[in-house]
Structure formats: structure tokens, C-alpha cells
Design a protein around this ligand. Structure first.
Ligand SMILES: [Zn+2]
Length: 608
């Protein structure tokens, strides 16, 4: 009943956490409730959510595999059923607030209230208005286009076109133009966004939360303020490494772009290979260390061997079975989509599905013989093995320990796709020696270390906005203050309040919480380190693969089977032995790069 997509524009749909629909129905004001009532209530909720969830997943699967107006309508309809049910149950759950119930039941009641990302106010007119604004913001983004010459439709660029130019162009004026162009899609959202904040806060207050942002933070099994501090602590752990990477990239980009890149100030947001400067992988050719090429290309190997998509998935499955997990069911192979069909439109964006919340797991992707897809397969299967591991839990617990965990599992496994692993499965003859590690680590750092401050700041901005600390009059100012503070990134020219730059990032108009991605980026390294230790890996962390380690598999399974049934620190402990998130695993993983950066930056100023 759950589908998980990746961290890219067009991204994330979670059956249970989309938005609360108009829910103007009357509150239940029946006789006082008892613990037995609560038990009965939860039985009904679990039963109904399972049924509606299966219907929604089937409709969603068909809609994405056969894109037509009809399948789209069926998908929207079944999603609406889920949303309305959750909204109704969340409000009904409040009736048990003061009833003594067993801890498991209490957790399920709490989770119901927390499963919404947006709560509509009980006033029917306001509920309708909020629902309309929310879908309006989403479609304004979805339709977003920038036309270099409005009289020429062929000059119009959607986000895919923009992404391509940002990735490939090395012309500063062109990058600036395209960057500024994309940011013209969002000013029309500004007024609606302010109203959206007002109304969704009203709904959250009715459920007993201070505001929508506090409601989001409440999901993390600790007081909202404490959680904020926890995030700051994690960021401070990795910040020194980020600052070095930032300074090194600045030096290299300055060598390429000259004075467009300041010697000591922030990095220009439009020169990092990505429209949001959240992933710097695309500037690797400009910053690549000398003589650090890995010496092999997995993409070339897969192409040369003509490895079929099905065989790539089999290799991925074998990783998990090598850890002791049961093979995927027959239905997975029959019902998944691996190859782009020739005869119809499908959504090819890679995703993992759990249709019946039991065994009917699938992936949907249009596999190419590339290293990227090879890693993505290992990643997607991580979702499927997680989903299957927690299937014995009550329906409300069939989810990851917190929303960062689901993405972190697949990514942690993908970290085990090392050269040594490729040698062990016969795809590579010989692993490159340690002198090539800097190239490998630089590639990963541009993707994963560069992401961290961005992953953090989106919700820093939103939480302040929901809390009323940032009024509409300073939306854009505070957005850029935060981007400067955390990322050390600045816009190509001053951005006043006639712009609304947060709206040019998908997850803001889509109202998808973002902290999960920051957490996933921290957790995947912590998982990888703990699993590597369990596997007895003595080598440097970035060369450890847990392939074929039953010990690591047991640790992983112990956590996965818990699902959402216990607070996440307990799940974390089951795998790592610690209840605390710890970003020091990132420092361990990138230790050789960190040392190398120190040498490169001798005499250079870091920071901004
Ligand atoms: Zn994923």
C-alpha cells in the first residue's frame, strides 16, 4: 500500500501522507470511550486502511503503467478514499486521548494523528479552500515552464530541460539565464502559499498541534524542540568536512569561471550543476582530482557483457539473499516493470511498491545497462525487503522506524557496491588500488556531502514560516539567509521579495516534508558502518561491502522487522547498538578525502 520514489523533482508519493481532504463531517460525540472501544476502533482502522491501501496501490500501479485519463481518475479517486479515511480516523483518535490503553494501542492512536502532512480546518469553506490551494500550488509547479522567447513555444523549457542544461552547460551566462528563468515559475505561488500556511496551521491546531511544522516534528518520537537541536548537533558533526569540500570546489570553479566565483565568499547557486545546488555531481569533471580515475567503468562493463535488465535485478536480489533474506516471491518477477514498454506511456521514474502490505512487492523502473541503474536497483530492492520484513506488524506499524529510515536502507546497501563487490560477483577482474580512492570518494562527496545542508535548510525555512517567525514579507530574504548560512551559496543577483524562490523547489509547493532526506543521508553511513563492523570488515569504510555476511544480515533484519512499532531510537539500536544518530560515520567514510582536501587547501581560506 505504499510506494516510494526517489529524491528528485517529480518525487515522492506516500499513500498515507499526502494531504488531508476536506473533512467537514460532524465530530463523533457519543458516549464516553473505554479501552475496549479503543481496541475495536484500531481493529477497524487497521482493516479499513489495509483494504483502502491495497485499492489505492493497485490503482496507482495501473495508472503509472498505463497512463490514460481514466486510470488517472481511478488513481485520484482511490487516493482520495485513503486520505479521507485517515483524516476522519485522525480526528476520531482524539476521543481516546485520556483513555488508559496498552502502549501498542497508544502508539497506533498517536501515529494516526501524525500520519497527516496537512490537516484541513473543520470549517467546510476553509477546508475546501485549503484543498484547492494545495492542489493549485502543486499543479503550478508541475506546469512550470520558462520560455526564453515567449513567442516561440519551442524555446520553452520544463524542469527536465532545465535540469539538463544545468548539468551540462559550462557557460556562465547561459547557466545564469536558465537559473533565473526557472525561478520565474514561483512568484505566482507566493500569495497562495501564505494563505496555505494560515489554513493548514488552523487545521493542525484543531488536532492539538501548535502549528503544521510542530506537527511534522512530532513524528520523531521526541519533543519538537529537542529534535531541532538534534539536527543541529548532527550538522555540526559534518560541517567541517562540508566547509572543506565547499572551499575546494570554489577554488576549482574559480579556475574555470574566473571572477564569477568569489575567492572567499559563497558559491554561486547557478554554477554547481543542479538548479537547487543540492547535488554537485555534475561538476565532477571540473573538480576531478588528477590521476584518481577509478580505472574502470561499470557502465562499460554492463554494456560489453550485454547484461539484461532482468539479470541486473537478479544480481541485486542476490545481494540480499547473500545476507540471509528469503528470495523475492514469484509475483515480484511476474508483476514488476523492468523495461520501458514500446507500445504505451509509463512513468519510468524508479520506484518500489508494496501492493498488498504482505508479499506483493514490486519495482518499477526502465532499466538501462548503467552504473547508476545498477545502484538504483540495489536501492529500490532495499525498500522491498524492508516492506516484506515488517509485514507481520499491525497495518499502522508497517512502515519504517522514521521517514529517514526507508530511504537510508537502500542507500546503505548501495554503499556496499564497491569495486571489491564487483570483483566477487565476477563483473570486474581486479579492484583498483587505494591511489584511486580519491576520485571515487570525491564523486560520492559531491552527491552526498554536498546535499546535507540543503537537506537541512528546507524545513528550517518551513518550520519558521509555519511558526509565524517568518512572515510573508521576508519569505525570500530568510530563504537566502538560510542558504547562505548552511550551504554557503548565493544567488547570481539580488533576490527581493518580488520573487518566491522556495516555490521553485518541488517539495515546497508539493508540501512534502524534507528532513527525511537529511536523516537518510546521515543514517545510511551509520548503518553502513555498523553493518560493516558486523561483517568483520577491517578495511577502510568506503571499501567495505557486507555482501555475503549473515551477521550483517541478522542485524539488518532485526531492525527491519520492527517496522514502525517502536520509537526509532530502539530500531536504530537493534542495528547499530546505539540509540543516538551519529554523523561521525560520514567522517570515517570520507577520511581519506578529508585528508586529501587538507593538502589541496593549504594556504587557502575556507568558509564564506
Ligand atoms: Zn528510495
Amino acid at each position: 500500500m505504499r510506494r516510494l520514489d526517489e529524491l528528485v523533482p517529480g518525487g515522492l508519493v506516500l499513500a498515507l501522507s499526502i494531504l488531508a481532504a476536506a473533512c467537514g463531517g460532524s465530530e463523533t460525540t457519543a458516549a464516553p470511550k473505554s479501552a475496549d472501544d479503543a481496541k475495536q476502533f484500531l481493529t477497524n482502522v487497521n482493516k479499513t486502511m489495509l483494504k483502502l491501501g491495497i485499492e489505492a496501490a493497485q490503482a496507482g500501479w495501473v495508472a503509472q503503467n498505463f497512463i490514460t485519463e481514466d486510470t488517472e481518475a481511478l488513481d485520484a479517486h482511490s487516493n482520495q478514499q485513503v486520505i479521507e479515511a485517515v483524516a476522519r480516523y485522525a480526528k476520531e483518535a482524539a476521543a481516546y486521548n485520556n483513555i488508559q490503553v496498552p502502549p501498542d494501542a497508544r502508539r497506533q492512536l498517536d501515529l494516526l494523528k501524525l500520519s497527516l502532512v496537512m490537516v484541513t480546518p473543520s470549517d467546510p469553506a476553509e477546508a475546501t479552500e485549503l484543498t484547492r490551494i494545495a492542489s493549485g500550488l502543486r499543479s503550478t509547479y508541475g506546469r512550470g515552464k520558462w520560455c526564453a522567447d515567449p513567442s516561440k513555444p519551442q524555446s520553452c523549457m520544463n524542469i527536465d530541460d532545465i535540469t539538463k542544461v544545468m548539468a551540462e552547460s559550462r557557460s556562465e551566462p547561459e547557466l545564469r539565464k536558465v537559473w533565473e528563468g526557472w525561478h520565474t515559475i514561483s512568484p505566482p505561488m507566493r500569495k497562495d502559499y501564505a494563505r496555505f500556511v494560515e489554513l493548514s496551521n488552523k487545521g493542525a491546531k484543531e488536532l492539538g498541534f501548535v502549528d503544521t511544522g510542530a506537527m511534522w516534528r512530532q513524528k520523531y518520537d521526541m519533543p519538537a524542540d529537542e529534535f531541532t537541536k538534534e539536527l543541529d548537533r548532527l550538522w555540526e558533526q559534518v560541517r567541517p568536512l562540508y566547509v572543506k569540500l565547499h572551499a575546494y570546489v570554489r577554488m576549482k570553479l574559480r579556475a574555470k569561471y574566473g571572477d564569477a566565483v568569489p575567492q572567499e565568499g559563497p558559491l554561486p547557486a547557478h554554477l554547481l550543476g543542479n538548479i537547487w545546488a543540492q547535488d554537485w555531481s555534475n561538476v565532477y569533471p571540473l573538480v576531478s582530482p588528477a590521476n584518481a580515475d577509478a580505472g574502470y567503468s561499470l557502465t562499460d562493463i554492463l554494456k560489453r557483457r550485454k547484461t539484461a535488465p532482468l539479470d541486473m535485478v537478479k544480481i541485486g536480489e542476490r545481494f540480499y539473499t547473500s545476507l540471509g533474506f528469503a528470495p523475492l516471491p514469484e509475483t515480484f518477477w511476474k508483476r514488476s516493470l523492468f523495461v520501458r514498454p514500446q507500445d504505451r506511456d509509463v512513468v519510468c521514474h524508479a520506484s518500489a511498491w508494496d501492493i498488498d502490505s504482505e508479499d506483493d512487492v514490486r519495482i518499477k523502473m526502465c532499466i538501462q545497462p548503467t552504473e547508476e541503474d545498477f545502484n538504483t536497483i540495489h536501492h529500490e530492492l532495499g525498500h522491498n525487503f524492508y516492506q516484506r520484513a515488517y509485514k507481520a506488524q499491525p497495518v499502522l506499524f508497517r512502515d519504517s522506524a522514521n521517514d529517514g529510515f526507508h530511504e537510508a536502507i537502500g542507500d546503505a546497501i548501495a554503499l556496499s557496491v564497491t569495486p571489491e563487490y564487483l570483483v566477487r560477483i565476477g563483473l570486474l577482474d581486479k579492484a583498483p588500488d587505494a591511489s584511486r580512492d580519491i576520485g571515487l570518494l570525491m564523486t560520492r562527496a559531491l552527491e552526498k556531502v554536498a546535499f546535507l545542508p540543503f537537506g537541512l535548510l528546507i524545513d528550517q525555512w518551513r518550520w519558521k514560516v509555519f511558526a509565524g517567525e517568518v512572515p510573508p514579507a521576508t519569505y525570500n530574504k530568510v530563504w537566502w539567509d538560510l542558504r547562505l548560512k548552511y550551504q554557503g551559496v548565493a544567488p547570481p543577483a539580488a533576490r527581493g521579495e518580488d520573487f518566491f524562490d522556495p516555490g521553485a523547489k518541488y517539495h515546497v509547493p508539493d508540501n512534502t516534508p524534507y528532513t527525511r532526506y537529511f536523516l537518510a543521508h546521515i543514517l545510511q553511513f551509520q548503518f553502513h558502518r555498523a553493518l560493516s563492523q558486523a561483517a568483520g570488515c577491517k578495511g577502510p569504510l568506503h571499501r567495505c561491502s557486507i555482501y555475503e555476511s549473515k551477521e550483517a544480515g541478522q542485524r539488518l533484519n532485526a531492525m527491519l522487522t520492527m517496522g514502525l512499532s517502536r520509537p526509532w531510537p530502539e530500531a536504530l539500536e537493534a542495528l547499530t547498538g546505539s540509540k543516538q544518530m551519529d554523523a561521525s560515520a560520514i567522517l570515517d567514510y570520507f577520511a581519506p578525502l578529508d585528508k586529501w582536501l587538507d593538502e589541496q587547501l593549504k594556504g587557502q581560506k575556507t568558509g564564506w
